[in-house]
Design a protein around this ligand. Structure first.
Ligand code: NAP
Length: 313
């Protein structure tokens, strides 16, 4: 048996096209959604992510601006910047690219973002909204995975879902979204006893661990849907050969780039799973698509509400 491939690129393109149509409608009514991205210092990976986010805004028609405080920026300087962005009406979304430099109190900065502009969905107010099933802004990666499952017609209600990873960014909100979707959810982590047997319960298995190829065949019930969130850059050739023995394309990527992007799921799982996301081209593109979608949602929730209040609704 060979798994069907869940094409994140295609679903992400659909979500981005829908967001672009909403942006056009909002702009025609005088409200062009705006996103401010804060990139502190010169972390090369963060620079790549931010470039991708700004480009996506351009393609979607969302106004965007980039703020680049130096690597020495203090917590107070960033709090001032966030306060200024909170005040500006034309800014609907504020994204503080993580990680922040060590001298900065990241939690304090994220807490300062107006929850109505928190397009990453990390603010405790939005976390609370999600867990109590109130409308709010939901973290982009797990929200994108839900879109992928729903649009691929994978049944969530009554399914056994196992989430490996309990981070605030992926694992916990993922578990909450699946629970809200009426799945029976188990959350695993580094202290989970006999992880393979817990994972084998899953109709839907989500791997958000950060360990290249850790989920092998013996973690997967035949026919299960496997969502691979992991993005691990492997630079050791022996590791690449272990994971992709005989895969000429991956060998070529390694030769030309010196590294290969690998998920948390071993490639052999494609032989037993019913459906699986590739890496790259699976969950990754959905994350940026949902950032666009969240920015539109934030504009509608904040400025739309005010518009209807003005109209006496
Ligand atoms: P994280 O904060 O490091 O969390 C990793 C989680 O995995 C933790 O809960 C940890 O357990 C658990 N874990 C680690 N080793 C384990 C093991 N041997 N057995 C069972 N559980 C284990 O990572 P994250 O931010 O959630 O990201 C996870 C992965 O997704 C990374 O590869 C990241 O790059 C990727 N990612 C991708 C996207 C995307 O757009 N595609 C977005 C975000 C993240 P403990 O809590 O017990 O330590």
């Amino acid at each position: 048996m060979s798994a069907s491939i869940l094409a994140g690129n295609k679903i992400a393109a659909e979500i981005r096209a829908e967001a672009a149509a909403e942006v056009r409608a909002l702009a025609a009514a005088g409200t062009r959604p705006g996103l401010a991205v804060v990139l502190v210092g010169n972390n090369p990976a963060s620079e790549v992510y931010v470039r991708g986010k700004v480009k996506a805004c351009e393609e979607t028609g969302i106004f965007s601006e980039k703020h680049t405080p130096s690597a020495n920026a203090s917590t107070e300087e960033l709090l001032e910047l966030v306060a200024d962005l909170n005040r500006r009406d034309e800014i609907d979304g504020i994204l503080v690219q993580l990680p922040l430099p060590l001298q900065v109190d990241s939690k304090k900065v994220l807490l300062a973002v107006d929850p109505a502009k928190d397009v990453d969905g990390f603010h405790p107010t939005n976390v609370g909204f999600l867990s109590t099933q109130r409308p709010g802004l939901v973290p982009c990666t797990p929200a994108g995975i839900m879109e992928m499952l729903e649009r691929s017609k994978i049944k969530i209600a009554a399914a056994e879902a196992v989430v490996v990873g309990r981070s605030d960014i992926v694992g916990k909100p993922m578990a909450m979204l699946l629970l809200n979707g009426n799945a029976t959810v188990t959350v695993c982590h580094s202290k989970t006893h006999d992880l393979p047997s817990v994972c084998r319960r899953a109709d839907i298995l989500i791997a958000a661990i950060g360990r290249a190829g850790m989920i092998t065949n013996d973690f997967v019930r035949p026919g299960a849907t496997v969502i691979d969130v992991g993005m691990n850059r492997v630079t050791d050739h022996a590791e690449v050969s272990r994971l992709f023995a005989g895969n000429a394309k991956r060998e070529e990527t390694f030769r030309s780039k010196g590294s290969v992007l690998v998920g948390d799921v071993h490639p052999e799982v494609a032989e037993v799973a019913g459906a699986i996301t590739p890496v790259p081209g699976g969950v990754g593109p959905l994350t940026i698509a949902m950032l666009m979608s969240n920015t539109v949602k934030a504009a509608k929730m904040r400025r739309g509400r005010r518009g209807s209040e003005r109209a006496g609704a």
